[in-house]
Ligand binder design. Structure first.
Ligand code: PA5
Length: 444
């Protein structure tokens, strides 16, 4: 991985960024010494190198067993219990995976990440045509959205296969002892995997939360973890600032934020990485957005969004900076052909690869945005595969922890998430919320 920050120097002086190196190092050391805020949630820091071959083998074995029985696996979860697996799957699988006629692995789809009645009814209607199983993921075991979806999917599986067979088609990933999902899993005899207490939801993609759905879908989780392990080593505090990708990225975005750039747009020219952007938004939004502070994380997929958000990025309020994930080499090769009539005027591209056109679009856009006052950070990965994506996700986690400490917040809590839940329960008349419900209804 290469983190290139030269294109921010028009907005913030190189010396100013470099001067933050020491501060980033201290923040990085805090993540390892466990002396910073939220230190009971640092299990993710050394997680890749602590993951054993046996753990990976067990996840693969359970996934294989489930895959033998089913055509479709519904992964139920929300937030950190959903976004990582979704992001990695979309990045690694064919963009048209669900249309493949010959399949080695079940189709993996997601539920419990919304409370849409249409979504759930359409899901049930579609599932009727397939042999199904489910992986239900909730660290707390009490989150409303996945709990509702699981109640419905569980009933469907039990209705179709009976309780005994259902227990073989459902796997739970949850806390080792607490929560309604743990109680239910124990009672129903489901195979379970544990999310350790010291790993928060948005940092859990390298636990069974991410690894099990990926293994079910046939992703090489060994390479995924290996990529994260190598990145863990590359981002250790012992690695000098100049060579430490997480510290460099954290320094660049911190310098820009302190200079008034309040919005970071994560961009990519590969549509497969769109959900890496969704995962990243949760990671940075929940970690940094508190106490009236924090960079607002946004994301775009280019060039598609150059035809929608491009105008704002080029010309709108100048509080933005852009971080581009760029990919050195695509998996495939396709050259544009010459056309005798050339009615579209594109023969100047004949013989050139589509990736070359994409690359020029990227470089041209980068220069245009920089000229327009949008500083640009580039995060370059070699290619999109399990190894490189594993490394990329760990890199973002590490830089997030460092940035959060540099911002002066606890990057590992999310107190703001509770406010909507309290109101929703009160409006739904959940026992214990009667008084709040009355007050809220008066305001509607
Ligand atoms: O980062 C977090 O902790 C949250 O976004 C959670 O991942 C999300 O709320 C889901 O929680 P749970 O896994 O407990 O159902």
């Amino acid at each position: 991985m290469n983190v290139k920050i030269e294109k921010i120097y028009g907005a913030v002086a190189a010396e100013k960024v470099a001067a933050l190196g020491g501060e980033m190092k201290v923040a990085n050391e805090l993540l390892h010494s466990g002396k910073g805020a939220g230190n009971d949630f640092l299990g993710w820091v050394n997680l890749p190198t602590q993951t054993t071959e046996n753990e990976i083998a067990e996840i693969n074995a359970v996934a294989k067993e489930l895959a033998k029985k089913v055509e479709v696996v519904v992964i139920i979860g929300i937030g950190g219990s959903y976004l990582g697996a979704k992001a990695v799957l979309d990045a690694i699988n064919s963009s048209f995976d669900q249309l493949q006629k010959v399949r080695k692995n079940p189709v993996v789809i997601f539920a419990g990440q919304n409370i849409s009645e249409d979504y759930i009814v359409e899901l049930l209607d579609t599932l009727k045509h397939y042999s199904i199983g489910a992986v239900v993921i909730s660290k707390s075991g009490t989150t409303t959205e996945p709990a509702i979806a699981f109640r419905i999917i569980k009933e469907e599986i039990e209705h179709r296969y009976g309780k005994d067979e259902a227990a073989k088609r459902i796997i739970a990933v949850t806390d080792k002892a607490r929560g309604a999902l743990r109680t239910l899993a124990t009672q129903e005899g489901y195979k379970t995997f544990v999310i350790e207490d010291n790993v928060g939801g948005r940092f859990s993609v390298l636990t069974p939360v991410g690894l099990l759905p990926l293994a079910v879908a046939g992703v090489d989780i060994e390479s995924f973890v290996k990529g994260a392990q190598d990145m863990e080593r590359a981002c250790l505090p012992e690695v000098g600032y100049d060579k430490n990708p997480a510290e460099i990225y954290a320094a660049a975005r911190t310098a820009l934020y302190r200079d008034g750039k309040k919005i970071e747009i994560l961009a990519s020219y590969e549509p497969k990485l769109q959900n890496i952007g969704e995962w990243w938004k949760q990671l940075y939004g929940e970690s940094e957005g508190k106490e009236g502070k924090g960079i607002f994380p946004a994301s775009v997929t280019l060039t598609a969004d150059l035809h929608s958000m491009g105008q704002y990025i080029q010309d709108g309020e100048r509080t933005l900076f852009e971080t581009v994930i760029s990919v050195k080499e695509p998996k495939s090769r396709y050259e544009i052909k010459a056309d005798a009539a050339n009615l579209d005027g594109l023969n100047f591209l004949a013989g050139r690869r589509i990736s070359e056109v994409n690359r020029m679009a990227q470089l041209g856009t980068m220069l245009a945005h920089v000229d327009g006052g949008v500083p640009n950070i580039e995060i370059e990965i070699d290619k999109i595969d399990a190894y490189n994506i594993g490394g990329l996700l760990y890199f973002f986690e590490k830089a997030c922890g460092i940035s959060g400490y540099a911002l002066g917040v606890n990057p590992f809590d999310q107190p703001g998430v509770e406010a909507y839940k309290k109101n929703m329960f009160a409006l739904l008349g959940k026992p214990g919320f009667e008084k709040e419900g009355e007050e809220l209804r008066k305001r509607l």
